[in-house]
Design a protein around this ligand. Structure first.
Ligand code: NAD
Length: 510
């Protein structure tokens, strides 16, 4: 293997070999195209992954679907015990998995550790949930009748994930799906297949130890346009949970709705922070800065726009610029660096193109936006761009550390700017004014799925339902009652009156 000793020990500890099969459904399979996985950290070859063929996908889906028949009959709290054990395995492997996340996609180790912690947290949440899959009983309008609802397992959940949270997004879906009695078929991003192989090994160990069919957590690595489309179109996949770009979601959405499948769409954001003249500026600066440079601007909730009151605009921009200038950029596994590389060379090219387009549309670069000469070729400096509103380029999500700063005069104008883009994921206001924050959170305020006060746009906790409106797709995952999307609701009327009586008082003479 062309890896250093240190990298090799991380990989082997997680069951990653020089050559890995990209399919799993009780056994490891794969005979398609072999793909080299290169680290954006320094261009090092980490390992190869063999994609699955369409025939192999058929086998994988068949087994995952077959495993559902038995898994749905396991009592939910027992399913919870399995998820608890997955959480414990993650605890035991937290450091190694976090390092692999950093090596494969380039986020800093502290963020990699945070991502694995998020997996542990959602497992804990799901264990509790396994005893709380409540249905309601409602008063019946008929004498000696009972009206109730039950929640039943749904089937195979196809989990299609983006590169930027290569393992956490699987866990948000899988932990809930498993306690709900569903089986899971994961298609990870082709940019991050190794973390998916590692997590599947871990789930396999747990399922086998507990005497369950390991095909309950299946894996199919391959191109979105072939393996992804097989998931989109196969009626055996009861729910498609898709995390990715807006154009991708539009494609998936059409195919899934065509067969009346269910879906959760978690698509792109274009997240803004409003910095009021009544803000604590230290809080505002930190909230914006971390939201902008965290994961090198490659979070769906990354701060992309900052809408600053005109009276503090100059001061705020100067202070932010100073923070940008002091950003430490380099090897994400080295704790002194706040920013690692972008995921690959195409992400760098997209960033540079967006800056050029912004310039052409009348925006002005305040600082950053340069490439750095470092191994791997994926390091950039974070970029601040001044604009006077939502220019066409500002309305797009550029998945890189580019932030557009713009002034506002009234709160109404700021909220209109904040809402004036097609996406609706995350938003924030920094203010110490109670009325301002209440207006921002009210029906006339932010139109996003996430709206925060005095904290930034990124860094969601698993306890709340996560997702966004408009082009972000409307899906919700993770906490609150997001579990309901992973089950089918059944309404029951039970008659113990000894006679037949129709609802709405309809009489039938026989
Ligand atoms: P992407 O759209 O390029 O890919 C996402 C996934 O879709 C990958 O697994 C890819 O292989 C797959 N795919 C491609 N074609 C497909 C097809 N025809 N059918 C099914 N799947 C197909 O996205 P990316 O670059 O990996 O991730 C970045 C994007 O994801 C950004 O837009 C970001 O905002 C978004 N994202 C959203 C959330 C959220 O929760 N809202 C979270 C993370 C990332």
């Amino acid at each position: 293997m062309a890896t250093t000793k240190k990298t090799a020990s991380i990989l082997s500890g997680l069951g990653i070999e020089e050559r890995n099969l990209g399919g799993f459904a009780g056994e490891w399979i794969g005979s398609g195209k072999a793909q080299a996985v290169v680290s954006p950290v320094d261009g090092e070859l980490l390992a190869t992954v063999v994609n699955v063929t369409k025939d192999e996908f058929e086998t994988i889906l068949g087994r995952c679907h077959g495993a559902f028949a038995a898994w749905r009959q396991v009592p939910a709290p027992k399913r919870g015990e399995v998820v608890k054990a997955i959480g414990d395995e993650l605890r035991a492997n937290k450091d190694a998995l976090a390092r692999l996340v950093s090596l494969e996609m380039g986020k800093t180790l502290r963020e990699g550790l945070g991502e694995v912690q998020e997996m542990i947290d959602i497992c804990d949440f799901a264990v509790g949930l396994s005893r709380q899959l409540y249905g309601l009983t409602m008063p019946s309008e008929r004498r000696r009748h009972r009206l109730q609802e039950q929640w039943h397992p749904l089937g195979v959940v196809g989990v299609i994930t983006a590169f930027n949270f290569p393992v956490a997004v699987w866990s948000w879906n899988a932990a809930l799906a498993l306690v709900c009695g569903d089986t899971v078929l994961w298609k990870p991003s082709s940019k991050t297949p190794l973390t998916a192989v590692a997590v599947t090994h871990l789930a396999q160990r747990v399922l086998e130890r507990h005497g369950f069919d390991p095909a309950i957590c299946s894996l199919a690595i391959g191109k979105g346009s072939d393996i992804g489309d097989l998931i989109n179109t196969d009626p055996r996949v009861a729910l498609v949970s898709y995390t990715g770009s807006v154009p991708g979601g539009r494609h998936v959405g059409k195919l899934v709705i065509e067969r009346f499948g269910r879906m959760i769409l978690e698509l792109g954001g274009n997240n803004a922070v409003i910095v009021s003249d009544k803000a604590d500026l230290d809080i505002a600066l930190k909230a914006v800065y971390f939201g902008a440079i965290g994961t090198s601007g490659q979070r769906c909730t990354s701060t992309r726009r900052v809408i600053v009151h005109e009276s503090i605009y100059g001061t705020f921009v100067e202070r932010l610029k100073a923070l940008y200038a002091a950003t430490t950029i380099g090897d994400p596994l080295d704790d002194q660096h706040l920013m690692g590389p972008l995921v690959d060379a195409s992400a760098v090219a997209t960033m540079l193109q967006a800056i050029e387009t912004a310039n052409g549309q009348g925006a002005r670069v305040i600082c950053g936006g340069e490439t750095l000469d470092q191994p791997g070729g994926c390091y950039v400096t974070p970029c601040l761009v001044e604009t006077t509103g939502n220019l066409p380029i500002v309305q797009e999500e550029t998945f890189a550390p580019v932030v557009y700063v713009m002034p506002y005069r009234t709160l109404e104008e700021a909220i209109a700017l904040q809402n004036g883009v097609p996406q609706g994921l995350s938003s924030a206001i920094i203010t110490n004014d109670f009325v301002e924050s209440e207006i921002f959170l009210s029906a006339e305020g932010s139109d996003c799925g996430i709206a925060n006060v005095n904290t930034g746009t990124s860094g969601a906790e698993i306890g709340g339902a996560f997702g966004g409106e408009k082009e972000t797709g409307g899906g919700r995952e993770s906490g609150s009652d997001a579990w309901k999307a992973y089950m089918r609701r059944q309404t029951n009327a039970l008659n113990f009156s000894g006679r037949i009586e129709l609802a709405q008082g309809i009489e039938l003479e026989l």
